[in-house]
Design a protein around this ligand. Structure first.
Ligand SMILES: CC(C)(COP(=O)(O)OP(=O)(O)OC[C@H]1O[C@@H](n2cnc3c(N)ncnc32)[C@H](O)[C@@H]1OP(=O)(O)O)[C@@H](O)C(=O)NCCC(=O)NCCS
Length: 199
């Protein structure tokens, strides 16, 4: 069983973490919501539900995995998950197209060497946005980072609603913006940034 909490709107927030029985996670429905959320603005991405399910399963192979699902009447309405990740490895992974080895050094010098709590994914069903669920989910993951005594960090596009939410929550822009060459050969400004909390 997951640890559960009920919100003022009567929604359930279920907490799943590694080493804890997570057989009751609705992986199919979580993957379904993930596909739907990232097909929308500003991402317009295509994700294969089976690949997302595999990513979630792999995620639980990490000892620091923490996931929160918002559920209502058996439906998954929101998700957020994070885990401990080496800062330099995170930067190399996220900025590999830019081929600039100095970036990792710059970010590490701001966040510190070693691990950060990496906020990997967050999304809320489009019909339930603007009701505080995103902030609530972020608060849960920030609580995990605090328990683990590491800074939090995430990498996202500067034009997501999440960027101002993070800045309001005390994150600062650590690095950005990223320029990548798209598959069409055109230069695309994704505005990807890394935000993090210093400790
Ligand atoms: C990012 C996301 C999870 C936010 O969820 P949410 O439940 O709508 O967020 P909240 O209701 O908690 O809003 C938090 C703050 O953002 C503001 N906000 C929410 N939606 C907004 C919008 N479209 N435009 C401007 N501000 C917005 C709210 O007013 C609130 O600010 P306040 O605390 O000053 O009132 C949701 O928009 C989403 O799923 N987006 C698509 C997926 C995505 O981009 N994920 C992040 C990248 S991994």
């Amino acid at each position: 069983m997951a640890e559960r909490q009920e919100t003022a709107q009567g929604l359930l927030i279920n907490h799943f973490y590694a080493g804890h029985e997570h057989g009751d996670i609705q992986i199919d429905r979580t993957a379904g919501l993930y596909v739907e959320v990232f097909a929308g603005h500003p991402w317009f991405e295509f994700h294969d539900p089976d690949e997302v399910k595999q990513q979630i399963t792999d995620f639980f192979g990490r000892s620091s995995a923490n996931m929160y699902l918002v559920e209502n009447d058996g439906e998954v309405k929101g998700f957020a998950w994070g885990y401990l990740r080496d800062t330099a490895e995170l930067v190399e992974n996220k900025f590999n197209e830019s081929n600039d080895t100095k970036i990792a050094e710059q970010v590490v010098s701001k966040l510190g060497q070693g691990n950060v709590f990496y906020i990997n994914e967050i999304g809320v069903n489009s019909k339930l946005r603007g009701k505080g669920l995103g902030k609530l989910l972020m608060g849960k993951l920030l609580g995990d980072a605090e328990r683990l005594e590491v800074p939090s960090a995430l990498s996202t596009r500067v034009d997501t609603v999440l960027t101002p939410i993070c800045l309001k929550l005390g994150f600062e822009q650590i690095f950005g913006q990223e320029v990548v060459v798209g598959v069409n050969g055109k230069i695309n400004l994704t505005g990807r940034i890394i935000v993090g909390q210093k400790r």
